[in-house]
Write a new protein. Sequence first.
Lengths: 303, 303
Amino acid sequence: MAIFEKVALIGIGLIGSSIARVVREREIINNIAISTRSQETLDAARDLGLGDEYNIDASAIVHDADLVIICTPIGVVGKVLQSIAGNLKPGAIVSDVSSVKASVLEQMQPFIPDGVHLVPAHPVAGTEKSGPQHGFSTLFDNRWCILTPPSSADKAAVKLVSEFWQACGSNIEIMDADHHDRVLAITSHLPQLVAYNMVGTADDLETVTSSEVIKYSAGGFRDSTRLAASDPTMWRDVCLHNKDSILEMLTRFSEELSAMQKAVRWGDGEALFEMFTRTRNIRRDIIDAGQEVDTPNFGRDQK
Amino acid sequence: MAIFEKVALIGIGLIGSSIARVVREREIINNIAISTRSQETLDAARDLGLGDEYNIDASAIVHDADLVIICTPIGVVGKVLQSIAGNLKPGAIVSDVSSVKASVLEQMQPFIPDGVHLVPAHPVAGTEKSGPQHGFSTLFDNRWCILTPPSSADKAAVKLVSEFWQACGSNIEIMDADHHDRVLAITSHLPQLVAYNMVGTADDLETVTSSEVIKYSAGGFRDSTRLAASDPTMWRDVCLHNKDSILEMLTRFSEELSAMQKAVRWGDGEALFEMFTRTRNIRRDIIDAGQEVDTPNFGRDQK
């Protein structure tokens, strides 16, 4: 039995299109309506057969939707909600997929009409690709989806959104928006910025050519380039909307790096060995938790 | 036809054992002799059937070897060579697999007897695993092997070592040891230290638990943990032996990171967008160069 009768997806990039695919494939919701800002992307979604209904005007698809998921970059979530708020049906649930939650909650809350339920969500899953053509139905399998409902949230609505994401393959965690933003700052936002920074550093060298960087990237560099290929708009918005936690993590990272640099400068082999040892077990824990593959080199080289 | 009659591998970790496997599988050299410092590792190599001859005493296996490859951590390469130098056969070639070259050249040159040829090599390939059980015969396929022969090197010996590595699947590049160390500092050593530092930063947090870091690591953090699972002894030695280039790269990286941090602090979306855009193409170039897989998430999630 379908959890809802109709879902409206506003924004149909990697995450939105993966939701559409899994919803269809596992018959989680009967009717999928899609809206997105650009006609070109909407046409691409139609060509991919992702939905049952397509409209460039988001307010035109939400009037009979039980669940509305805003899958746009963080910076425009509030505006999108404002534009559709008058058309939402009583009892509807509004959610999102943003990777920053406190700012999004603040953006959304003023526009939620009486009788409509707000349950923000963040599926912690993705790839470095963007656009509707790159989504896939198993993206959320065994990944965590974090819900950050406001304290006043309707319990039945939270339960329905949990069931929805479980049907999509996810495990559910519920936490406070501020804590979410700190947790994601270290598990996602800092690694992303560091990857961008690594690639930027290589790009700025005068004495090593970029063709050399490319040739010898299997020495480790290529790992960083995966995250650094991600959508710049999305990550700009993350930085603008989770500033405090990101600044804290960047500061901590820089402190640690200074300590490591000092150990290199002074040839302190013991300190370096200690730093390089304590980090070894966490990968095993991540593999055991089902969040990583159990093959060397992410499995990409082994034949 | 085999390139050499006998190879002596001193050290039988990930790289040494991968050499043994590919040499056997592709019949590159007829006879494989193995020595390593610990009896336990030597027994493991014997159990894996990696060689034809095993001896804890390296000097006992080199007297009739045409090619001797020292596959130990960088810090002991000179000592190992010193211990076997008196037993090397005239015309033999001595090589290594170290990821730092200037220091290794300096360590080795004083101990090379007259009539023995030194051709240092660095196969730019590996995984985060260590030990003889983790090697595999295709590790070097389509990876670069960099030779850094001293200016006085015997041309015929350089040619033979090139042919050997090509037979192992590698492409050959010849460069100056100092330039090698700068190139690897950016393509391998800096990414490695940054990965260790990322995991170390997460380990030091008070307000985010390590179980949270593990749960939500699919947001990006898990990528860093691959390199951070590498052999601490090897990486300590790399830091001690490529100090100047590593310090330069760390300094450049920190400068870039400070600029990024400033852009986050001031909410400079334009600067962030520009930083996140220029890094996007390099991954495509690395994929086109055959140094990376052409699937999202390193192919680990897509089903």
